[in-house]
Every structure is written in C-alpha cells, then in structure tokens.
Write a protein that binds this ligand. Structure first.
Ligand code: NAG
Ligand code: NAG
Ligand code: NAG
Ligand code: NAG
Length: 337
C-alpha cells in the first residue's frame, strides 16, 4: 500500500515538475551566484555575530530626533519598512529601547553563531543582490548584517561603536566566470582579482574584522588608517582569523536590482519593502557625545544596501580602482613605488 502510494506520488510529481522548475528558474538568481559566493571567517573572539535583518526592526523603535515616529504600521516588518520614508525619510533611526550604552547588552546584539555547517539557525543575516549590466556582465553583492558593531581601540580608547552594521562582498562575473572580488572595509574597501584570493574550492574567503566586521582577503592584523590600503600594523587595527566559518548563502534573501529603474525585485518568496527604506539601521549618535579629533565612542547607525553604490562601472565604488593581482593589498613594494 505504502509503495503504491509513493509510486503514484512520484508519477504526479514528475508530471508537474517541468512547470514548477520553469517557474522557479524565472524567479531565481543564476546558480553561479551561489556557487562562487564568499564564505566568511568570523573572528574567534568576536562577541557580535551575524544577525537577523527582520529582528532589528522588531527590537527597535523608529525615531526622528529621538522622538518615536507616529503613524507607523503595526507591526512594522521587512514587508512595510519603506512606509517610514514618508514619516522622516533619511532622518529615521531604528532605535534601541535603552540606548547604546546599556549594560548588560541585550542578547539580540550578539546575533547567532553559525553552526558546524555555517548556518545561523533561523536568523537571516544575508541579502544577495545581483545587478545585471548586460553583455554577460553581472555583479553579485553579498550583504552581511550584524546587529552591533564594536569599534576599534585606539590609544586605549574605544571608537566607533554603533547599532546595526551592513558589510558586503561583491563578485563581478563575466559570462558566469568570476573575475574580481570587492571587500567592504569601513568607509571604503579593497578589490582583488578572483584568482588572487584565498578560496575553499570555488568560494572566496572573506575575513571579518573583530567587532567591526570589515572584510579582508587574508587572516591577520590589518591597519586601515589609509582607506583601501592595509598594513600589518599601525594606529587603527582590525583583527581577523579563522574563528568560525559562516556560509551566508544558507540563510539569505535573494534579489535583483535594476539600476535604470532603481527597482529591487525579490528572486523568490522574500520580503522586499525593507530594501527601499531610506533610514538608518541603528541609533543616532547620542546627543553631546564627546569626540576627540572627530572620533567618538558611539556613532550613528548606517543606512542599508541601496546606498552601497549598487550600479558600479568598476569593481570599486570609486575611481581609480586598483584590482590587486595578489592577496596582500598592503604590499609595500607596490604602495611605495
Ligand atoms: C575582540 O573583540 C572582543 C569583544 O567582542 C574583545 O573582548 C577582544 O579584546 C577583541 N580582540 C582583539 C584582539 O582586539
Ligand atoms: C528621501 O531620501 C532619499 C535618499 O536619500 C532621497 O533620494 C529622496 O529625495 C528623499 N525624499 C524626500 C521627500 O526628501
Ligand atoms: C528564532 O528562534 C528563536 C528560538 O525559538 C526565537 O526566540 C526567535 O525569535 C527566532 N528568530 C527569528 C528571527 O525567527
Ligand atoms: C608583492 O608584490 C610583488 C610584485 O611587486 C609580488 O611579486 C608579491 O607576490 C607581492 N607579495 C604578496 C605577499 O602579495
């Protein structure tokens, strides 16, 4: 009886499969976008792990000038977040209930540590966004979300903590073949040829800085005083190592972005409205926050993926764009030359 039923089920399945497969194909990203997706090495001692994008909305209150925004939909979710654009636009900050200096820190700031397979449980901390430039040229952005960014220690002081942290890699493809990889770091980042970077099989490694989650092509200490160039030591250091391996694609939402119409589309059953949100993903900088040489301990939360120069002619968001053909972009023989 059991065998008979599954045989029928198999028949039924095989007869509907062509339709289902073609629907799915129409709504999904090219397979190579997943095949060549970066794997992220989180720093062993980093307390702040990848976090659920939607949980950031659930755990915060939208505020403008530290006042709760009136008239927001209830509940506010990733499916209606862009309604805040009419209620304050870029001045909206998704704000924590008890401030950035609260102790003990709420558990949601720590995100979810990936398991042995690199999966972050039920937390979706990655959004993949492809931009098709035509003629076989496609950029795949892999956005990584962390609920909290712990800044760097400079001369014994902590600088640059903020709520909400968006980082990314971008892989540029020519006819499905990866050619270059961009690593976001603080206000800028670095580009490398695909061939130069360390990989696991086809997948580039991205090393995430302790607390700051800036992305590097190699493990070790990276001074990032000069944007786009890293040295093994200096006044402003990020630490990376092979701590915990995160496979962002296992908990990801997938989208396409059309630069000519400035439109995102979901490549599957994923929330869409949040990508159009113009506000900030964490608290504003606290009023009267002391700063030394323009550096403060607590700074404002960042805006989201749509503000990360999705329509790039180069792999870098600005020119000139150096695409390093070897993995150490602080290579002194090149920099000093
Ligand atoms: C890494 O960050 C943790 C907090 O998340 C901190 O306790 C530790 O000292 C940092 N390690 C280094 C090498 O900076
Ligand atoms: C809202 O912010 C976006 C992004 O900066 C901007 O393009 C748009 O003009 C703003 N809208 C209004 C009404 O100010
Ligand atoms: C994930 O599961 C935990 C435990 O069941 C729950 O507390 C949390 O709200 C869930 N998170 C999401 C984003 O669904
Ligand atoms: C530094 O640059 C030189 C080319 O000038 C290259 O041969 C060498 O492999 C580079 N070193 C590293 C560690 O990438």
């Amino acid at each position: 009886m059991h065998g008979h039923t599954s045989c029928l089920a198999a028949l039924a399945l095989s007869s509907i499969q062509p339709v289902a497969a073609s629907l799915k194909a129409a709504a999904s990203l090219p397979q190579y976008v997943y095949e060549y997706a970066p794997l992220v090495w989180l720093y062993s001692g980093d307390a702040y792990r990848p976090s659920d994008i939607g949980a950031q909305v659930a755990n915060t209150i939208p505020e403008v000038n530290w006042n709760a925004v009136n008239g927001t939909p209830t509940p506010l979710t990733l499916d209606n977040l862009d309604s805040l654009n009419d209620l304050g636009n870029t001045s909206v900050y998704l704000t924590t209930h008890n401030g950035i200096a609260q102790e003990p820190e709420p558990s949601w700031w720590f995100g979810v540590t990936p398991n042995a397979q690199g999966r972050t449980g039920n937390a979706t901390g990655c959004a993949i966004v492809t931009v098709n430039h035509g003629a076989g040229s496609l950029d795949a952005f892999y956005f990584y979300f962390y609920a909290f960014n712990r800044g760097d220690i400079v001369l014994g002081e902590m600088f640059g903590d903020h709520i909400g942290d968006w980082e990314h890699n971008m892989v540029r493809f020519a006819n499905g073949t990866p050619t270059a990889v961009w690593y976001s770091q603080h206000s800028y980042g670095q580009a490398f040829t695909y061939n130069a970077v360390e990989k696991s099989g086809k997948r580039p490694y991205s090393y995430s800085g302790n607390g700051t989650h800036a992305n590097y092509a190699t493990a070790g200490t990276h001074d990032h005083t000069i944007p786009g160039v890293t040295f093994p030591d200096g006044p402003l250091e990020d630490y990376t190592d092979r701590g915990v391996l995160w496979d962002p694609t296992l908990n990801a939402y997938s989208y396409t972005y059309d630069p000519s119409s400035l439109t995102f589309s979901a490549a599957g059953d994923y929330p869409l409205s949040w990508l159009n949100f113009n506000g900030q993903w964490g608290d504003d900088q606290p009023p009267n926050e002391p700063s030394i040489f323009g550096q403060a301990k607590y700074v404002a939360g960042p805006n989201g993926p749509k503000f990360k120069d999705l329509d790039r002619s180069n792999v870098c968001p600005a020119s000139p764009c150096i695409i390093w053909p070897f993995k150490e972009a602080g290579n002194s023989s090149i920099v000093i030359a």
